[in-house]
Design a protein around this ligand. Structure first.
Ligand SMILES: C[S@@+](CC[C@H](N)C(=O)[O-])C[C@H]1O[C@@H](n2cnc3c(N)ncnc32)[C@H](O)[C@@H]1O
Length: 293
């Protein structure tokens, strides 16, 4: 049963219009955004959700204009029903992710994107995941393409601890390598330059500033086939507009200003990942980069 349907005899027409119908189910936790005018109806909303999902253990509200931590990308959450502990295990594409959405970023809405990237990976690739969170992209990739090694970096100590647990949970020790720290320092410290076949940059708000670092991490010898960067960006406009124009120009500009004419870059694929606000989208460009010969 849909949430609106479950509430049709409890809320009036005006209240039903203000209901935000989508919510996230993460393991046995539900996260729901609630309009200001429905704040006093939190318990009614939680009751309806619990009726639809009787096995749910916790229901938490994401305040409509909740603060998002700039570095860790976590949001304020308020438990409105059930257990205060927000640790849960989410299942996706045959993988298990232990998370606590109060302390780490996690979105079940990225499951298609994780699988899309994983399907492009070839046997034997060395991959760097620059913003790995609890390790979801890395784990999905390692599960479907066993002959890979994925260096997975995150600056959030909670994300790093969960990533280590998730590597064990999915039996991927030695294949997904959890690293705690700022990617700017960790790549240098570990000598991860000129080594990767593929780099993931799943931090749309910041990826542009670290694009030169991602290019330097790619193995770009003269004979090689080049490498791929999954570059995420934020784009504004209507869906019919060319939402990729600005991100493509920006990526090209950054690469040519740092590397001049020494590199060739092509867009292998581009897609809208998800809508994050009215007329605001997260987009991804799969950039194929190779040395000019
Ligand atoms: C949007 S989340 C993506 C997490 C993960 N890829 C996923 O899809 O679940 C971005 C992550 O980047 C991390 N982060 C932000 N800046 C960073 C930096 N300079 N170095 C390493 N990690 C960083 C944050 O802690 C956060 O976990």
């Amino acid at each position: 049963m849909k949430l609106k349907e479950a509430l049709k005899d409890v809320l009036d027409e005006n209240e039903l219009k203000k209901l935000i119908k989508s919510y996230d189910l993460i393991g046995d936790i539900i996260l729901i955004r609630i309009h200001h005018d429905l704040e006093s109806k939190r318990e009614i909303l939680a009751g309806a959700l619990h009726k639809i999902y009787p096995r749910v253990r916790t229901i938490a509200a994401v305040p409509l204009y909740s603060h998002t931590d700039k570095l860790y990308r976590t949001r304020d959450l308020e438990v409105i029903w059930g257990d205060d502990s927000m640790e849960t295990t989410h299942k996706e594409s045959g993988c298990f992710f232990k998370v606590n959405p109060k302390h780490v970023f996690f979105s079940p809405r990225l499951s298609y994107e994780r699988m899309r990237v994983a399907k492009k990976v070839l046997a034997g690739e060395t991959i760097i995941n620059m913003f790995s969170g609890v390790g979801c992209f890395s784990i999905v990739i390692a599960k479907i393409q066993p002959q890979t090694k994925i260096y997975s970096i995150d600056v959030n100590p909670y994300a790093y601890e969960y990533m280590k647990k998730n590597v064990t949970l999915n039996k991927l020790e030695g294949r997904v390598i959890p690293i705690l720290g700022d990617v700017r320092e960790e790549l240098k410290k570990l000598g991860l330059e000129d080594v990767a076949d593929r780099v993931l940059m799943p931090l749309p708000e910041e990826a542009h500033s670290l694009l030169p670092l991602a290019v330097k991490a790619l193995k770009l010898d003269n004979e090689g086939a080049g490498g791929v960067i999954h570059y995420y960006d934020v784009s504004t406009g209507r869906k019919g507009d060319d939402l990729f124009d600005v991100p493509i120009q920006s990526a090209k500009g950054i690469i040519s200003s740092v590397f001049g004419n020494s590199l060739r870059m092509e867009i292998e694929e581009k897609r809208i990942v998800r809508s994050v606000a009215p007329r605001k989208y997260h987009v991804v460009l799969d950039l194929h980069v190779e040395r000019m010969r």
